[in-house]
Design a binder for this molecule. Structure first.
Ligand code: PAP
Length: 337
């Protein structure tokens, strides 16, 4: 049912970045208070701010997938930057030798090398991106849940690598991040308020459990097209998962490469410690999702279990119950420490 004139979201009425179609659609969508906008809206089961819905519509309507495309997909703060770096390094190792002093990952942030389709490419509703100078296979990033990807992607043979992370660390990483971006939420979003939003699904491309399940289920149905990885597994045995990733991308490491230490060199090049110390990641900035972000914010601690320093016992109990209720029985579980 449409809202009355007294329930208007005035912030969208004068927003010329929103098309008339999206403005009209928003009137009838369920909504609640957003963390960076007056309202966040429930669009096909997921919570987005108005600009994100606009971008999604433009992307869904116009993106033409190619069978050779590769997507790195994530819930924010699950290891996106790391997986973008690893995937870029693996896919481009014939042109960009891993041990080269000029490797692009030494002078660019992974988000500059692997653009987000929704924020860097389809961020204007009246302008369609030009892909003519993209090399193939094209490599993109996205935070869009599988269900909302364009049909063109779902119908194609392209490959999607998904990484997720235990929800405790994902939440703490997100909360630390969003209070430091430009513009920051005003007033700052406190931990308790953000936690309630995370638990009800409206924070961090949520509900997080639906986001994860959308890719988890697809990876079971179409394992040749969707590879499902976990941050904690990658931390524990990066070599094993790098080999798996390269095989999935149909560019497996040769015996010669293995003997030359190429896998170890990729792990080192993309390690948290190495990337954090690069000049570009100390002083550079990234523009995306309507925010200006200092690259250094993408490299905070890179640990498993930092949530222990933030969450109260009752918060842990509440989130554990949600995880059990929403993901129990799916076969998807996490190491949290
Ligand atoms: P995004 O979704 O906004 O791109 P994303 O890269 O997924 O962010 O998340 C950042 C987290 O990954 C940070 O976690 P933390 O807040 O718990 O510290 C960051 O430290 C971690 N991270 C970034 N790069 C790496 C890396 N090379 N290896 C391991 N973890 C990393």
């Amino acid at each position: 049912m449409s809202r009355t004139i007294f329930d208007r979201d005035e912030s969208i009425e004068e927003d010329n970045q929103l098309s008339q179609e999206v403005k009209e659609m928003l009137i009838s969508l369920p909504r609640q208070k957003g963390w960076n906008t007056p309202y966040t809206y429930l669009f096909h089961g997921f919570w987005f701010n108005p600009k994100e819905i606009q971008v999604l519509r433009t992307f869904q309507n116009h993106f033409q997938a190619k069978d050779s495309d590769v997507f790195v997909a994530t819930v924010p703060k699950s290891g996106t930057t790391w997986l973008k770096a690893l995937t870029f390094a693996i896919m481009n190792r014939q042109h960009h030798f891993i041990s080269s002093k000029n490797h692009p990952l030494l002078s660019f942030n992974p988000h500059d090398l692997v653009p987000f389709v929704e924020s860097n490419l389809y961020d204007q509703h009246d302008k369609i991106p030009d892909f003519s100078n993209f090399h193939e296979p094209r490599l993109f990033g996205t935070h869009i849940p599988f269900d909302l990807l364009s049909n063109s992607i779902k119908d194609s043979n392209c490959k999607i690598v998904y990484i997720c992370r235990n929800p405790f660390d994902t939440f703490i990483s997100s909360w630390n991040f969003i209070n430091k971006v430009e513009p920051p939420p005003t007033p700052p979003l406190n931990l308790e308020e953000a936690f309630e939003m995370y638990c009800n699904g409206s924070f961090g491309r949520g509900p997080f459990w639906k986001h994860m399940l959308s890719y988890w289920n697809e990876s079971k149905e179409r394992p040749k097209n969707v590879l499902f990885l976990k941050y904690e597994d990658m931390k524990e045995d990066a070599k094993f998962y790098l080999k798996k990733l390269a095989e999935f991308l149909e560019c497996p490491f040769t015996l010669e490469e293995e003997n030359e230490g190429v896998i170890e060199n990729i792990i080192k090049l993309c390690s948290f410690e190495k990337m954090k110390e690069l000049e570009i990641n100390k002083i550079g900035t990234f523009q995306g999702f309507g925010m200006k972000v200092d690259n250094k914010l993408y490299f905070r601690k890179g640990e498993i279990g930092d949530w222990i320093n933030y969450l109260s016992p009752s918060m842990v109990e509440k989130l554990s119950k949600i995880i059990e209720e929403k993901l129990g029985g799916s076969g998807l579980n996490f190491r949290v420490k």
